[in-house]
Design a protein around this ligand. Sequence first.
Ligand code: T4K
Length: 386
Amino acid sequence: MEEMKFSEDKLNQVFHVGKPNLGDRDKFLDRVNKILDNRWLSNNGPNVQEFEERVATILGVKYAVAMCNATAAIEIACRALGLKGEVIIPSYTFVATAHALQWQEITPVFCDIDPNTHNIDPEKIESLITPRTTGIIGVHVWGRGCETMAIEEMAARRGLKVMYDASHGFGCTKGGRLLGTFGECEIFSFHATKFINTLEGGVAVTNNEQLAYQMRMMTNFGFTGYDHVDYLGINGKMNEISAAMGLTNLEAMDEIIITNRKNYEAYLKGLRGISGISVIDYDAAEKNNYQYVVIEVDPESCSRTRDEIVEALHKRNIIARKYFWPGCHRMEPYRSLQPNAGLLLPETEKLAARVIVLPTGQTVHEETIMRICNIIREFVEPSHIS
Ligand code: T4K
């Protein structure tokens, strides 16, 4: 029956999680034309400088170093901070957080999460510290800030450095304080799928002048002057067209939040009361960008499994995602290097099996959201089909 209904479905559009949000097209194209006129395409050009200033002002930090993506930014920040040996991170994150460490032969040590926040559980960090541990990278999953105070108090006591992967959290606060202002430094992603995008891009932000300087130099091969290299650097630079896109999208930031929030509330309404399905909440006392609409499927009370629901949505061209299934520790090379890591990650394993991320953003309208919610409702509660 269901199979027939899927094939009869006339959806001719595909709805993706992470379809980009865009600012004013004409303003972007004007900027691109100027870039082409000036023939300054990369290497700390005027758009990158303006973008960095704008980001630093919005976040209230002293320094912002724009980079080609957040993965490179995490790598550069780790190196500039002198992290080595072992660094504690959640396994419930995009694999880039772990890869940025492993790529530099630093061992990511996976810590379990708090199932209520989806973020690293500060109470489980300390038992993972060994003589080789040099730092902690908290991840503000879905833009909901980590328990920064608990993490940083413990890290200070144990002599560890703390930085954050704030890839999801541009414009969000924790305890009323904007993400970007915590730890030694924080990294945001401006990938196409993020709340604010620069096509591809990322930024490292900090209030530490020396750290900012070092990250900036490392982003450009370690050059500190013409023909003079002082650091082991890499090519991590943001290009001018990316910065132009970023500037244009920052101008639309407030509108994007309004759209995302409206969508989030439409989902809340549309999914209300479906047995075994809950939508994660955003604390109304904090600033949120509402970029992620995340639902949890409770295997105890839902009539369908998470994977069945995802499959049902895919069949109707709703490309829902299972972020961050199955958890970094179950991906290579970590699965082989740390085959028993899962034993300490029961909450991560449970959550990774429950989550579905649904499409939102500028291209998703209320009508589509109602349609998506109805697909889920009818699939989970077939007796409710009218
Ligand atoms: N840390 C965290 C916590 C992160 O979430 C990420 C990135 C990073 C670090 C690393 O940041 P970057 O180095 O990327 O700056 C996607 C994104 O590629 C990735 O940036 C993001 N996290 C992650 C959560 O999602 P995939 O493997 O799921 O990508 P893909 O190709 O399946 O695309 C995602 C969806 O977006 C699809 O449904 C299609 C849609 N899409 C994508 C692009 C690029 C569009 O509609 N238009 C587009 O232009 O990782």
